[in-house]
Design a protein around this ligand. Structure first.
Ligand code: GLY
Length: 351
């Protein structure tokens, strides 16, 4: 991974340092209404002050072709060239859409990500997956295109809701499960109570480094990178199901439930230790609650899984664990097994 990762709460200095290494003619900043109101005023960087700011509406529903077109238009009308720089400041929607705008405008301009949510800092802004939602499907159109640098800080986390913090924390649990037992135990012991302290910054760095190591070896998801999809086969299906039933859930919540189901499947297929599943299920239930389903929802959930772009043909592919730190990818799981895992999930979550 060529992308430079900078962990710091001295963001103005980091912006100066990063920008001085990139040759560009004009600088643009992409924000959403939240980061424009809450984050821009906290920065005092001459690079940002002299940039043209493009503001997009907040929310996943705006990770769309219309917003992308608005950003292309703004770049074009304000004289961006192929030597211009785009700095994306915001959560995952901004870094995903801004990254894709940068990857495609004049066949690609340089960009830098400054994630402002935990979810974006630990996952979305790092590793070069960019894109938009299209035709009702998440991240249906996009490109692998790394930002030149990602400036990762805990400085904005105090402005996040508990729900937003928990959402990002689920991706940290995923990274820790992929990494190893010591990391996993430390993370769950720390939690999100003191998310702007030094201990949390060091756990955040450790978490992002898990992703960095994997992406470095497999940037285009030929194999190893699929380990980062742990929990996501079910998570994406839950998100789609939740949306269709007018009860949208935050991405990280769906990941937390999806991780428990992935561990249940891992137990059935690879004897993953059941004691860890019980402990994680209790933790997830206490922190994230439960996503209520009955067996009448199984068909629909399985259909969403089938449509996931990670599948090939008819098979539903999972990333599973033999144990904490021991991942297996491309595991095709039969429908019956998935239904049994959903039964177990409902038992563990009192549904
Ligand atoms: N979010 C998983 C990945 O970037 O591969």
């Amino acid at each position: 991974m060529k992308q430079q990762l900078i962990y710091t709460n001295h963001i103005d200095e980091a912006i100066e340092q990063v920008c001085s290494t990139i040759e560009y003619d004009r600088c643009f900043v992409l924000c959403d209404e939240n980061s424009s109101r809450c984050v821009l005023p906290l920065l005092s960087s001459p690079r940002i002050d002299s940039a043209s700011v493009i503001t997009m509406p907040v929310g996943e529903e705006n990770k769309s072709i219309d917003t992308l077109s608005m950003v292309w238009n703004a770049l074009s009308e304000q004289g961006a060239t192929r030597h211009s720089l785009l700095i994306n400041i915001g959560g995952g929607v901004v870094t995903d859409l801004g990254g894709f705008a940068a990857a495609t405008f004049k066949r690609g301009i340089a960009c830098v990500n400054i994630p402002t949510t935990l979810l974006a800092a630990v996952d979305a802004a790092v590793g070069g997956k960019t894109g938009i939602n299209f035709a009702g499907l998440k991240n249906e159109v996009g490109a692998f295109a790394e930002a030149r640098a990602v400036i990762i800080s805990t400085r904005f986390f105090s402005t996040l809701s508990h729900e937003e913090l928990l959402s990002g924390f689920a991706e940290m649990i995923k990274h820790a499960l992929i990494d190893g037992e010591a990391h996993y135990n430390e993370l769950l012991a720390c939690g999100i109570a003191r998310c702007d302290g030094e201990a949390f910054m060091s756990l955040l760095q450790r978490s992002v480094e898990v992703k960095r190591r994997i992406v470095e070896q497999d940037p285009h998801e030929g194999g190893l990178r699929k380990s980062l999809n742990l929990g996501h086969t079910l998570a994406h299906a839950i998100e789609s199901h939740a949306l269709a039933h007018n009860r949208p859930v935050p991405h990280g919540y769906a990941v937390a439930w999806g991780l428990v189901c992935a561990l249940i499947l891992s137990h059935r297929l690879y004897q993953f230790p059941s004691s860890i599943i019980y402990d994680l299920a209790r933790y997830v239930y206490n922190q994230y609650g439960a996503y209520a389903i009955t067996c009448d929802d199984y068909d629909e959930i399985l259909q969403y899984m089938q449509r996931d772009k990670k599948n090939k043909g008819e098979h539903i592919n999972f990333t599973l664990l033999r144990n904490i730190g021991d991942c297996v990818v491309n595991i095709s799981v039969e429908r019956k097994e998935i239904e049994i895992a959903l039964d177990f999930y409902r038992d563990l979550f009192y549904l």
